[in-house]
Design a protein around this ligand. Structure first.
Ligand code: WQD
Length: 337
């Protein structure tokens, strides 16, 4: 199939592009590069051995989006594009609602105008609010921040569109905590500024870019008092997108919702120890007070995706740390380097 990958130059999008091409699909990337470096495009072409069409514009521009659909004959869309920083969404709610919802409005309108009927949507476990532990897909959705609300709302928008346009097929993929990097070490997560997320921060401490990890609280009701999360390797996450896309091709169900996670929890300190093993030396850290808005425990119940997609995670926490360390040590300044 010919697939438009929105946000295809980003962390999860770029890893998914590689697997789409390996699975025999044709790929076109659209990205406004607000949270991605164009350097990744050359890395993707080197890894796939093929040229990849990439368009740089903002998906909230309906005219540009429809023009792209007019010039290409897409079979489906994988929609990653969107702002995703929880803290930033609290400071800039209008930017988040306008960008995340507006890009989805444009894409779906263009899809309907040009008879493209399949979309895999990048949702998030954040739609389970503070009840993420062992969440199943039928659990109520709500959010505790504007970013999370944009995901709750986009899921609802797509469910409502599916009622009005029964020929369309949607897969809503609720990711838990994506980490890891392509085993080549040539692409990986490259957050701009100070990393919000745990593993990229640890990697920057390990490579000498930050002086120590701040562990946000060790007084949670967990195995060692630190926060527990369901980390999923980005390679496993990408494979889940391929499986979901291909499931839509043969599905007569309008909207599928799948959790993509391992079903296992890992604490902050357990992740730190695994990273130290990958690096081969201790990584400095300091226990500090909890981060506002954090929950103690989050992990998936991935049994629906396991059963309906024949998909499950294959990579371990050790794989994640080894792959991130290879990427970070080979690219101390990320793509900018
Ligand atoms: C993980 C654990 C922190 C950084 C976020 C978004 C969520 C989703 C995934 C998009 C927690 C602790 C972290 C640090 C730390 N993104 N931590 N020191 O918060 O589970 O989820 O990313 O969908 O929407 O909220 O991930 O990596 O920020 O935190 O101790 O410097 O690591 O307290 O327990 P989180 P995270």
């Amino acid at each position: 199939m010919k697939i438009l990958v929105s946000g295809g130059a980003g962390y999860i999008g770029s890893h998914t592009v590689i697997q789409l091409i390996a699975a025999g699909h044709d790929v076109v990337i659209v990205d406004n590069f607000s949270n991605a470096n164009p350097t990744v495009l050359g890395r993707l072409e080197a890894l796939t051995g093929t040229s990849i069409a990439a368009h740089s514009f903002d998906l909230t521009d309906l005219d540009k989006t429809e023009h792209l659909f007019a010039t290409e004959d897409f079979d489906g869309v994988i929609h990653f594009a969107g702002h995703k920083a929880v803290g930033e969404s609290v400071e800039k709610p209008l930017d988040y609602y306008e960008n995340n919802l507006g890009s989805t409005f444009s894409l779906v309108r263009a899809m309907q105008r040009y008879d493209v009927d399949k979309m895999v949507f990048s949702s998030s476990a954040t739609v389970y609010g503070e009840e993420q532990a062992g969440a199943t897909e039928d659990r109520r959705t709500y959010a505790t921040n504007p970013y999370g609300w944009t995901k709750v709302m986009q899921e609802q928008i797509l469910r409502d569109v599916a009622v009005a346009a029964p020929q369309m097929r949607f897969a809503l993929l609720r990711y838990f905590n994506p980490v890891g990097a392509h085993p080549s070490g040539t692409i990986g997560e490259d957050p701009s500024g100070i990393p919000n997320n745990l593993v990229p921060f640890i990697a920057q401490v390990a490579v000498g870019k930050r002086d120590r990890l701040l562990v946000f609280g060790d007084d949670y009701d967990t195995v060692d008092g630190t926060g527990v999360r369901d980390y999923i390797h980005v390679e496993d996450l990408a494979a889940g997108h391929i499986a979901a896309l291909e499931a839509l091709e043969r599905s007569d169900v309008a909207v599928h919702t799948w959790n993509l996670g391992s079903g296992r929890g890992t604490s902050v300190l357990e992740m730190l120890r695994a990273f130290e093993k990958a690096v081969g030396r201790p990584i400095p850290y300091e226990i500090v007070p909890r981060r506002a808005g954090d929950i103690a425990t989050s992990y998936a119940d991935p049994s629906k995706a396991n059963a309906e997609l024949g998909w499950s995670t294959k990579k371990t926490i050790e794989d994640m740390c080894e792959d991130v360390w290879r990427w970070q040590s080979q690219n101390p300044q990320g793509f900018a380097g």
